[in-house]
Design a protein around this ligand. Structure first.
Ligand SMILES: NC(=O)c1ccc[n+]([C@@H]2O[C@H](COP(=O)([O-])OP(=O)(O)OC[C@H]3O[C@@H](n4cnc5c(N)ncnc54)[C@H](OP(=O)(O)O)[C@@H]3O)[C@@H](O)[C@H]2O)c1
Length: 295
């Protein structure tokens, strides 16, 4: 394993010469905010992630009905004001809110809960019944008002992504979706066959959700064995494997302070060709198109 400075791989946003993502490991917040008795610890976990170096936080209006966003808001501290440009904040609009006016209202509510002035990435959480054009119009209005820097999608397969690009053209948008947040992990490699190559061609960054296979990979015996040979944990190896894609970020969720640190260290690991081959033997890459895995 070779360590390197992760800043070297910061992904630059051509429009503003600001990074698209301020760190390649981000903190997921799904399932935070659901139990009020855990709120203090969850808020402390988010603050700890920021203290350790995480500069990417993923949340959504759906998570605990907005409570996860509120927890992020409480934990941000100076990252909501004087240090705001140092962190990449991502949230998502629910599909049933995602017509033009609903998207705008949902974003305004998210910003109030997160106690900040703008989001870096605002995503359509998954496809719903509103036209892509109306969602894009909402995103463009938010962008023009400075309330979001970028927009994007989540859980979009190849066909949906191509239709979204057509919709962007239909509304005459000069901005494009910058990211697609999809399930991608060692045990969920389906997107490698067709979606990921298409995203690379379209300059759409991969935000890998559930990068630990919702936690299963951290318990995987074969992965743990291989990881131990390199002095790593199974979780670290699973995350470093995702980051072999130069434009990918991964957003593992944890509320354990030690695991938050453990996961963060994955951003400083570069895997050798031999290790990648060993991982290919454990987790087979796809040989044909498959339905997009969605949680
Ligand atoms: N766009 C979408 O539709 C969508 C869907 C799913 C998820 N997401 C996003 O992606 C984020 C991550 O996905 P996820 O939460 O489903 O799954 P994940 O990050 O793959 O796994 C999270 C699970 O792994 C455990 N864990 C974390 N680090 C660990 C470590 N180092 N060792 C052992 N166990 C560890 C966590 O438990 P502890 O907390 O107890 O450590 C939790 O149970 C979500 O929080 C959310 O922000 C987006």
């Amino acid at each position: 394993m070779i360590c390197y400075d992760c800043c070297f791989l910061v992904i630059l946003d051509a429009m503003e010469s600001q990074p698209l993502f301020q760190s390649r490991i981000g903190l997921g917040t799904w399932q935070m905010g659901e139990d009020p008795s855990q709120a203090k610890a969850e808020c402390a976990a988010i603050a700890h992630a920021l203290a350790v170096g995480y500069r990417l936080i993923d949340t959504a209006e759906m998570y605990a009905d907005g409570v996860a966003e509120s927890l992020v808001g409480k934990a941000l501290g100076p990252f909501a004001s004087s240090r705001r440009t140092e962190v990449t904040l991502v949230s998502k609009v629910l599909p049933h809110h995602a017509n033009k006016s609903g998207t705008i209202k949902a974003c305004e509510a998210t910003l109030r809960r997160m106690q900040c002035d703008y989001l870096d990435h605002y995503l359509l959480h998954w496809q719903g019944s509103h036209s892509y054009e109306s969602t894009i119009e909402g995103f463009l209005t938010l962008q023009a008002r400075g309330l979001i820097r970028h927009f994007g999608v989540s859980n979009f397969d190849l066909e949906a992504l191509q239709r979204w690009r057509v919709a962007e053209e239909n509304v005459g948008s000069s901005s494009h979706s910058q990211s697609n947040q999809v399930y991608y992990a060692l045990n969920q490699r389906g997107i490698e066959f067709d979606l990921l190559p298409a995203m690379n061609k379209l300059n759409i960054a991969l935000m890998a959700y559930s990068p630990l296979g919702t936690g299963n990979l951290a318990q995987h015996a074969g992965l743990a064995l291989l990881a131990a040979e390199h002095g790593l944990s199974a979780a670290q190896l699973a995350l470093a494997w995702i980051l072999r894609h130069p434009h990918a970020v991964a957003i593992p969720k944890s509320t354990h302070l030690a695991r938050i640190e453990e996961n963060w260290q994955a951003s400083q690991i570069q895997l050798s060709a031999t290790t990648l081959t060993q991982l290919d033997a454990l987790f087979i890459s796809p040989t044909r198109a498959s339905r997009l895995a969605i949680i």
